[in-house]
Design a binder for this molecule. Structure first.
Ligand code: IMP
Length: 199
């Protein structure tokens, strides 16, 4: 079975990726298992950062790599925290600190609409000039206090209208079916199987 490196160190994302990519006829190896150093996310867009992370994993392993860059965009904050979602309250901030920083920033805001964004990139090698790029979003709104203990990151305050609960109250399967990452991964699987795994 061929190997692909998963260029992420985020435990919540690794769990979701492994569950969603279960059906792929490839062995997915987390970059931590191959001693790949974290890339500096110097891009200004999700797609740039996903490419930076995938390329970094290819460079250090010589293997193809999948990376995602994701985050939450809040309309009342002009799209913040966006690409800075993982470091909203500082470098190496905990999920809890980031969530609290977002609640603080939203304290007096009436418009509470927000969406998660996810970009997935697959690169065959470090110089791949045509990475496979898949992008998806998930609309919701922000509560004023946390509810639920599933998921990760901002899930306890991300209200999902159609399920009448936060994304932290969804089962992993329910979340995968409608989330930004679930949708982007399904796009990715379809294209990967068509373009890179001809039967
Ligand atoms: P990245 O690892 O640089 O892509 O940062 C992603 C960050 O966005 C995470 O650390 C979370 O703060 C947030 N995020 C992305 N996807 C989700 C999700 O599905 N639930 C909750 N938070 C998420």
């Amino acid at each position: 079975m061929s190997k692909i490196v998963l260029a992420s160190g985020n435990k919540g994302k690794l769990k979701e990726f492994s569950e969603l990519l279960n059906d792929m006829q490839v062995e997915l190896v987390p970059q931590s298992a191959l001693n790949v150093p974290e890339a500096d996310e110097t891009g200004l867009t999700f797609v740039e950062n996903a490419i930076i992370k995938a390329r970094n994993a290819c460079v250090h392993t010589g293997l193809p790599a999948i990376a995602d860059d994701s985050g939450i965009e809040v309309d009342a904050l002009n799209g913040a925290p966006g690409i800075y979602s993982a470091r909203y309250s500082g470098v190496n901030a905990s999920d809890h600190a980031n969530l609290q920083a977002l609640l603080d920033a939203m304290v007096d805001k009436k418009d509470r609409t927000a969406r998660y964004q996810c970009v997935i990139v697959y690169m065959r090698h470090a110089e791949d000039p045509t990475p496979l790029v898949c992008q998806a979003s998930w609309e919701g709104s922000l509560l004023k206090q946390a509810k639920g203990d599933g998921g990760f990151g901002y899930d306890p305050i991300f209200w999902v209208e159609e399920n009448n609960c936060t994304s932290a109250e969804l089962s992993p399967q329910q979340k995968h079916a409608i989330s930004h990452r679930g949708k982007a991964i399904r796009q990715f699987l379809k294209q990967f199987q068509q373009e890179y795994q001809p039967s």
